[in-house]
Design a protein around this ligand. Structure first.
Ligand code: PEP
Length: 234
């Protein structure tokens, strides 16, 4: 059983989400399906699919115009929230420290944070990818974490690029994440791979050791692209 999570980014309408929910309703799978959608789409009956947000404020409430707290997200019925996505880091300057605060806020509200970590192309080319991944885990996972977190390894250079690391690179990154979590006293935490996952590579990627599922961007927007990712994997 795998976790298949979609990240709709700033895409989607109520109609598109209803169509996706209907299309996913009767597919034959035991996998867990999560759709992380814009805040405006969270308050919707999603049937067998769990919904998640794509970001949360670090604050509970107050004078933070435009922000949405984890408690508000939880109140919609959503179960998950992505924190530390590459686009939040790139366009909003989010650091590991901020991501850790967001993950902590999510857990306090009873949400499961999907904590994204991964290296940029510069970091990969400088040979420090593994350090970035390890420090990402150590610095983004809040102290005293219970088991209700998910890690997403998302090599930032591969997101939306149509290219992926080699299977060996994915295996090495996921083993490092599992080992780092274990050294922090955390076992059995799901570790997803994300970046340029599509129907043609998803099953292969999910056969790599320590890959417990995938986080899918572009290919999660349309049922015809998303459903085979879910059904090709048992
Ligand atoms: C993402 O944005 O989390 C992502 C994985 O995007 P894509 O699948 O489009 O590379």
């Amino acid at each position: 059983m795998k976790i298949i999570a979609g990240n709709w980014k700033m895409n989607g309408t109520r109609t598109a989400l209803s169509e996706m929910i209907n299309a996913l309703q009767n597919i034959d799978t035991q996998n867990t399906i999560i759709l992380c959608v814009p805040y405006t789409l969270l308050n919707i009956d999603s049937g067998r699919i769990a919904l998640g947000a794509q970001d949360t404020s670090t604050h509970d409430h107050g004078a933070y115009t435009g922000e949405v707290s984890a408690q508000m997200i939880a109140e919609t019925g959503a179960k998950y929230v992505i924190v530390g996505h590459s686009e939040r880091r790139q366009y909003h300057g989010e650091t590991n420290n901020i991501v850790q605060q967001k993950a902590a806020a999510a857990m306090t509200a009873g949400l499961i944070p999907i904590i994204c970590i991964g290296e940029t192309m510069d970091e990969k080319q400088s040979g420090i990818a593994m350090q970035v991944i390890e420090s990402g885990v150590r610095e983004c996972v809040p102290p005293n974490t219970n088991k209700n977190i998910i890690i997403a390894y998302e090599p930032r250079w591969a997101i939306g690029a149509g290219i992926t690391p080699t299977d060996d690179e994915i295996a090495a990154a996921h083993k490092l994440i599992a080992d780092t979590l274990s050294n922090m006293g955390l076992t059995n935490i799901p570790i997803l791979y994300g970046a340029s996952v599509k129907a043609t590579n998803a099953a292969q990627i999910m056969s790599i050791p320590n890959v417990d599922g995938v986080l899918v961007g572009g290919a999660s927007l349309k049922p015809d692209d998303f459903i085979p990712i879910i059904t090709n994997v048992k």
